[in-house]
Design a protein around this ligand. Structure first.
Ligand SMILES: NC(=O)c1ccc[n+]([C@@H]2O[C@H](COP(=O)([O-])OP(=O)(O)OC[C@H]3O[C@@H](n4cnc5c(N)ncnc54)[C@H](O)[C@@H]3O)[C@@H](O)[C@H]2O)c1
Length: 330
């Protein structure tokens, strides 16, 4: 594992849960105490230089959870060392770098698994099934929200969150929704962006709304915020010509299907546990299990790295829209 900060704990638990077929053998962080303490939990070797970790012959798969700007360089070095890669989202900070990573994985014959946990959120899998069954009819409007609070980290001058070189909430969170749109609706045709800074300490946007048309038809309204004082949550509304599906991780039931204006109560189209605390972590445990299986069985993971890269192409269009204050084709 390279990068032992906040999200690495979830990955670590994910590998532990996989059981005997995988073991954490090396842990790297530039903070030597962090590396030593975390490695001790697994009887693993601590490193402060990822280049040295990559020389460790016991390492088959490298899990990268460093700040966004380092994803590309660590992943490319890992492929050069013939390792499989799990990399956190966003794949990279630019579409070109993300594409380069996809090509490097292919050239090395190794797996590039993007930890785009969206693909493993059970409510979205139910949405995929409902869409496939055609219950909603033609999709007219999709609205999505990713919201929570990163206020403490943005205000902390020691962290990278909210600092200009790392991008804002569009790069950090809209990638999830844009990946989701790619998966469920073919992607987006165009984007018009509004963004703002709710906190004076934010160097990059901490709120944004992206609007446009979906490739498979219909329009979208995508809202991301990291200054909402609410448990970290996601909401998705799919409104079709015959009905609407509403996913909301803070409501019970999490998924509700409404078949027309008279269907006041709605129904539950699939069993999704109401778990506002753990739903995101649960999806991450599932992604890690899929990635380990995929590496062992030499198959592709559920997340196609090209689709995760596509999300960055759309992110770049969203930032261009901000610059020119107009709609941009994707
Ligand atoms: N899938 C999700 O929903 C999700 C959630 C949170 C974070 N993430 C992603 O995970 C990544 C890490 O986020 P985080 O919140 O854990 O960040 P963090 O700042 O808490 O942790 C990053 C760690 O990387 C270490 N590091 C920095 N440079 C390094 C280097 N050269 N070599 C080794 N270690 C280095 C830091 O010391 C730190 O411990 C980000 O890209 C973020 O977008 C994804």
């Amino acid at each position: 594992m390279v990068g032992l900060g906040l999200i690495s704990w979830v990955h670590e638990t994910g590998y532990d849960r996989v059981g005997d077929s995988c073991r954490i053998v090396a842990m790297c962080d530039t903070d030597p105490d962090m590396a030593a303490n975390r490695a001790a939990l697994h009887d693993a070797t601590p490193y402060t230089d990822f280049g040295q970790l990559l020389e460790d012959p016991r390492v088959d798969l490298v899990d990268i959870a460093v700040p966004h700007d380092l994803h590309h360089d660590v992943a490319i070095a890992a492929f050069e060392a013939a390792k499989h890669v799990v990399v956190e989202k966003p794949v990279a900070t630019t579409f070109a770098d993300a594409r380069h990573m996809v090509e490097a994985a292919h050239a090395a014959g190794r797996m590039l698994a993007v930890a785009e946990n969206t693909r493993y959120v059970s409510a979205y899998r139910v949405a995929e099934g409902v869409l496939a069954e055609g219950v909603l009819g033609d999709v007219r409007t999709v609205r999505s929200l990713i919201a929570g609070s990163e206020v403490a980290r943005i205000r902390d001058p020691r962290t990278w969150h909210g600092k200009a070189p790392y991008g804002g909430v569009i790069l950090d969170s809209a990638v999830h929704s844009l990946y989701l749109y790619r998966w469920l609706f073919g992607g987006v045709v165009d984007v018009t962006t509004h963004a703002s800074k709710a906190l004076p300490e934010s160097e990059a946007e901490d709120n944004a709304v992206l609007l446009g048309r979906l490739r498979d038809g219909g329009e979208y309204h995508l809202h991301v915020s990291c200054t909402m004082e609410i448990p970290w949550t996601e909401r998705l509304e799919i409104h079709g010509s015959r009905g609407s599906l509403v996913v909301d991780q803070l409501t019970d039931p999490v998924v509700r299907l409404f078949e027309g204006g008279d269907d006041i109560v709605g129904s539950s189209p699939g069993a999704v546990p109401y778990d506002p605390q753990q739903w995101k972590f649960t999806s991450m445990f599932e992604e890690i299990a899929d990635f380990v299986d995929a590496a062992r069985e030499a198959r592709s993971p559920l997340v196609d790295a090209a689709d995760a890269a596509y999300a960055l192409e759309a992110v770049e269009a969203a930032y261009r829209s901000l610059e020119i204050r107009d709609r941009v084709a994707v």
